[in-house]
Design a protein around this ligand. Sequence first.
Ligand code: FES
Ligand code: FES
Length: 154
Amino acid sequence: MANYSLKINNETHTVDVSPDTPLLWVLRGELKLYGTKYGCGIAQCGACTVHIDGLPIRSCSIPIENVDNKSITTIEGLSEKSDHPVQMAWEAEDVPQCGYCQSGQIMTAVALLERIPNPTDEEINRAMKGNICRCGTYSRICKAIKAAAKNIES
Ligand code: FES
Ligand code: FES
């Protein structure tokens, strides 16, 4: 066990866990941030996506020792009232079905729009292809990303 200092959603948290503990275990188990989901546990589905220093990362597969002192954002930290433009577009387009994959989808979409403010279909498909949705909401996700891009632009 060792102490790690994590900056999560602009708050500093200290946790005492073993170095190889996956970040997702700390988010959900230690800090009770349940918005980030466990899907596959092997970096294949994207349900656990969070931002680390602004990049979308699979939190199930990154050990805590690798994120010490880095800036982490989870779905809870995206906006105070769930009113980030991407969240608003998700609501307007009625994207979620069961909802399980959606926090990961949104975190990946936000990172995409920060990197490419007005993405093409191909850029959206490339960025989102690692986020699996067993309910098949892909076309609504694509529409919502385009709507969010327009809203951010205007
Ligand atoms: S739970 Fe992390 S990628 Fe599936
Ligand atoms: S909305 Fe059900 S898994 Fe994506």
